[in-house]
Every structure is written in C-alpha cells, then in structure tokens.
Design a binder for this molecule. Structure first.
Ligand SMILES: Nc1ncnc2c1ncn2[C@@H]1O[C@H](COP(=O)(O)OP(=O)(O)OP(=O)(O)O)[C@@H](O)[C@H]1O
Ligand SMILES: [Mg+2]
Length: 234
C-alpha cells in the first residue's frame, strides 16, 4: 500500500518559462506547482498547447526555466556544475520524447542500448540487456531493424526500452501510448507501472489516452501554463 507521505521525486514550485522577448514573448509556464512522488506513476494531463512538454523538458533539464525552482530527489540539480548535471541526468533519468528521436544509423537493439553504452558498459552486454527488454515489449522480431523500417508504434517501444534500460530513478514519457493499439498500450503501461513500484523511483507520463488512466497513482491536471488541480488515486 502506497502512502501520501512518500518522498518527492520531483518538486516544482512557481516554475515559469517564456519564449522570445518583448512583444514576441510567450509565457508558456505561468507558475507551475507540481509534485511527483517516489514509488508512484503520475499522469500529467491537459489540452494541447497547455505546456505539458515544456514542463517535462524543464523538469528533465532539457530546457532552462525562467523562474521558480525544480528539485529532483530533494536536490536542486541546477546548482551543480554543468558536467555534474549531465552525469546526474544520464544516470538518473530516462525519457521517451513525443518525437521518438531514435538514431537512424543504429538498429533497434543498439538504439535501446545507448544509455548503457554511454555509461561505459561493454557493447555486447549492453545490447543483450537491451534485447531482453525489447522482448518484453514484443519486438523480438525487430531487434536488428533500423528505425526507418519500423512502424510508429514499434519506434515508440524502442524509445521506451531506451528510457528503461539503465533502470533510471525518474522515467518521463510524453504520450507513450498514442501510437499503440489498446493491447500494446496496456503492456507498455504495465511495464511503466512496474518500474514505478520501486520505492525510490518515479514515473511521469504525459497522456491524452483515457484508455490507460486506470494505471495512474496520481493525476495532475494542467491548463494554460499552470497545474489547476491534482488528484491522488490510491
Ligand atoms: N521553442 C518554442 N518557442 C516558442 N513557443 C514555444 C516553443 N515551444 C513551445 N512553444 C509554445 O508553448 C506552448 C506549449 O507547448 P507544449 O509543447 O509544451 O504543449 P503541450 O501541452 O505539450 O501540447 P501537446 O499536447 O499538443 O503536445 C504552445 O503554444 C507552443 O506553441
Ligand atoms: Mg506535448
């Protein structure tokens, strides 16, 4: 049984992000307060353009905020020197982007192995581990295929394997089931939910897919650059 007192994996307070300057300035995040707890699968939902991808980009350090604070596992990682920030991200974070961003010259298994290779693991072992995960994701017949020869849903699952393969503490997925049929979407969410069961890990999923809402431990609703309300599901 999970409790509401578990520690935060992510804590955002008053996060602001604008793009552009002067008359062209667009305020995309307008003071976001958001938490994702360790041991939980947190959904981030809201209409197109409300700022979900921007928020998770700020949380994961791909974008700098223009105000407010972001803590990951109790630490403000932006206070670390830049190379430490990179190391922290590489070790502790796994992402699935809305655009899958697979490397076109690498096979499915090699793409999924990238985080392990970046951490210095031997190639053969890294690829074996990636393959074991691809089997769980139903891609046993696509291991040696290049991304250009994979369907959208298959590319999405390779991106998912790449996000999970190094067992990061925080997994962030942008619309991970959008391109999947119901059964495949369920199995992808089961894998994510299993990853979140670990007491020191957390998973954040951005989704419009109401077919998978029953997996959520917590749901944060976003609109027009703010979290409007949050609900705990258990
Ligand atoms: N680099 C950028 N420069 C200018 N505006 C941007 C930039 N990135 C995002 N925006 C704007 O910020 C707003 C929020 O975009 P974001 O991608 O975060 O929305 P979203 O909630 O993820 O939408 P969707 O559900 O369609 O993926 C949009 O109006 C978008 O046009
Ligand atoms: Mg988005």
């Amino acid at each position: 049984m999970k409790t509401n007192t578990s520690a935060n994996a992510v804590r955002c307070a008053g996060v602001q992000k604008h793009f552009g300057e002067g008359d062209a300035r667009i305020h995309v995040l307008r003071g976001v307060d958001f938490e994702a707890k360790q041991g939980e699968l947190t959904f981030l939902v809201g209409p197109s353009g409300c700022g979900k991808t921007t928020l998770i980009s700020v949380i994961t350090g791909l974008l700098d905020s223009t105000g407010g604070s972001v803590e990951l596992f109790g630490a403000n990682t932006r206070q670390l020197p830049p190379e430490e920030q990179i190391r922290f991200r590489r070790r502790n974070l796994g992402f699935v982007f809305q655009q899958y961003n697979l490397l076109p010259a690498l096979t499915a298994a090699e793409n999924a192995a990238v985080p392990l290779l970046a951490a210095g693991m031997k190639r053969r072992e890294a690829v074996e581990r990636a393959k074991a995960l691809l089997v769980k994701l139903g891609l046993e017949n696509r291991m040696d295929t290049l991304p250009s020869k994979l369907s959208g849903g298959q590319q999405q699952r390779v991106a998912m394997a790449r996000a999970l393969v190094h067992e990061p503490r925080l997994i962030v997925c942008d619309e991970p089931t959008a391109a999947l049929d119901h059964a495949t979407g369920e199995s992808v969410m089961e894998l994510l939910a299993d990853s979140a069961v670990h007491p020191e890990r957390a998973v954040i999923v951005v989704t419009h897919d109401n077919r998978v809402f029953h997996f959520a431990d917590a749901v944060a609703h976003m609109d027009d650059g703010r979290i409007t309300h949050s609900e705990q599901r258990n």
